[in-house]
Write a protein that binds this ligand. Structure first.
Ligand code: FRU
Length: 482
């Protein structure tokens, strides 16, 4: 590369990168998440079309290009090679029929897959076709495709693939490949009659991606379903299917390609107030083998920000068999370590009641990854104060030994100790606190809007001694800074 082209390239990179060229402030606003995805500006909600192809994780999302409130839904688009740093791409899907209405024919939620066998016959060169399935609100379930790795999108000429039915309120198609039957399966939220009790998930199958046959329906769901096959972590010979509802709650059971049979009660996957419209990535290579889920952190407040909404931190899901039965486990993806900055740790320490024994007094920050294992010894309760200062108490995370519950931001969650120990992994960002307790068995995701620029952290115990077996605290680097 000669001098001139190097110069031109570096100018182009500088201009295209949002944090350079004097725009640092844009991604460094007081309520801008530093390691959770947000679009540069405007409203977003559900993650859509999560698909991995050619070393890129695609994430589309419900997006209003016109403003900071819901409506006029398009599919925003972003890609990442590590699920941490996101490159914004142009809007992928626009409303249908040239609609300028707030709702009618706008591009509601859905999913995407790689057309491995060129079933749509759209492939033009080497890149496989990416196919997106979405709800055109009140205009049927529709399909769009991209032959250039997601950079540009065409609507399928035979749309809708499932016609609009004014009684069923159908939306949010999630399409998966079902190996044993050699068919694609679509799970779709809808109701089968006027009776609200029939709100649920319908299962459809297709051999060619364009013709879809209704197979069965399961009541008791609302919006954004997902269906995922798992190998049980501690029983590698066993396979289970998990059917997710929009709020991440789920059944574990069996799926034969046409009907889902629950084998558990419906279980809660997140105990916070803000985890919604969950979706898992399609086409993760077998060599990786992970199930990776992300969610919209609904109802966050971002005063005076150019954007409105944030995604959860991507997590790896697994199914484990415990004494009480099968259960989902959720942990932040291991890539998180790449964002680790300054590290401090303590081992085998005793904490006594009173603020003078704060072992974390040297810790400071609004973006932290805290991983701790605590011995409950004789304490009645212990906890953290995050975003604390002399002037402001901050936000408390409290574990009550007597009640066996974890409390944060108005949420109270049962959390039995294991061998008198509690493990807490905490992701603190500027507007969210996600807590993964006891190795991801219990998860609480919450948005918050701290009022002060307070950055101290307090670890306290009440009523008796607390043991710190080990605690690691990492300052988190921003994904928006080079
Ligand atoms: C869930 C949801 C979906 C719908 C989309 C519209 O948050 O209501 O059911 O497709 O949002 O933005």
């Amino acid at each position: 590369m000669n001098f001139l082209s190097t110069l031109l390239l570096s100018i182009a990179l500088t201009l295209s990168h949002p944090t350079q060229n004097g725009k640092e402030k844009l991604y460094d606003e007081i309520y801008r998440p530093q390691f959770h995805f947000t679009p540069e500006k405007n409203w977003h909600n559900d993650p859509n079309g999560l698909v991995f192809y050619d070393n890129e994780y695609h994430m589309f999302y419900q997006y209003n290009p016109n403003g900071n409130e819901w409506g006029f839904m398009h599919w925003g688009h972003t890609v990442s090679t590590d699920l941490l740093h996101w490159q914004h791409l142009p809007i992928a899907l626009y409303p249908d029929e040239g609609s300028t209405d707030k709702e009618k024919c706008t591009a509601f939620s859905g999913s995407a897959i790689v057309d491995e066998n060129n079933l749509l016959q759209k492939q033009t060169g080497n890149p496989k076709t990416l196919v997106a399935f979405y709800t055109s609100q009140h205009c049927g379930q529709r399909m769009a495709y991209s032959t250039d790795k997601g950079r540009t999108w065409e609507k399928y000429e035979g749309n809708p693939i499932i016609p609009y039915d004014e009684t069923d309120d159908a939306r949010d198609p999630k399409v998966i490949w079902h190996e044993p039957s050699g068919k694609y399966v679509m799970v779709l939220y809808r109701k089968t009659s006027e009776d609200e009790k029939t709100k649920g998930v319908s299962f459809y199958t297709s051999s060619n991606l364009t013709d879809w046959k209704w197979e069965s329906h399961l009541n008791g769901f609302y919006e954004c379903p997902d269906l995922v096959k798992f190998t049980v972590t501690n029983r590698p010979d066993e396979t289970k299917w998990v059917l997710f509802d929009g709020d991440g709650s789920y059944y574990i059971g069996n799926f034969d390609g046409r009907t889902f049979t629950p084998e558990t009660i419906k279980m809660q996957s997140d105990w916070g107030k803000n985890y919604y419209a969950t979706q898992t990535w399609s086409n993760i290579p077998e060599s990786d083998g992970r199930v990776i889920q992300i969610a919209w952190m609904r109802d966050g407040k971002f005063p005076d920000m150019p954007f409105n909404g944030q995604m959860s931190f991507p997590c790896e899901l697994s199914v484990n068999k415990f004494d009480h039965g099968y259960q989902l486990v959720r942990k932040p993806i291991s890539e998180i370590e790449k964002l680790h900055g300054k590290h401090q740790s303590w081992e085998d320490k005793n904490v006594i009641p009173g603020l003078n024994d704060n072992k974390l007094k040297k810790v400071s920050g609004d973006c932290l990854h805290i991983i701790g294992e605590f011995d409950l010894k004789t304490c009645d309760s212990f906890g953290f104060m995050l975003r604390h200062s002399n002037k402001s108490e901050g936000t408390e995370i409290l574990y009550s030994v007597k009640r066996g519950v974890l409390m944060v931001l108005g949420c109270t969650v049962p959390l039995p100790p294991v061998d008198n120990k509690i493990k807490l992994e905490i992701l603190l960002d500027r507007t969210s606190i996600e807590i993964f307790a006891n190795d991801g068995k219990t998860v609480i995701s919450n948005c918050f809007t701290p009022t002060e620029k307070a950055t101290d952290v307090v670890l306290y115990t009440k009523g008796g001694e607390l043991g710190i077996d080990k605690i690691d605290v990492y300052e988190m680097n921003s994904i928006w800074k080079k």
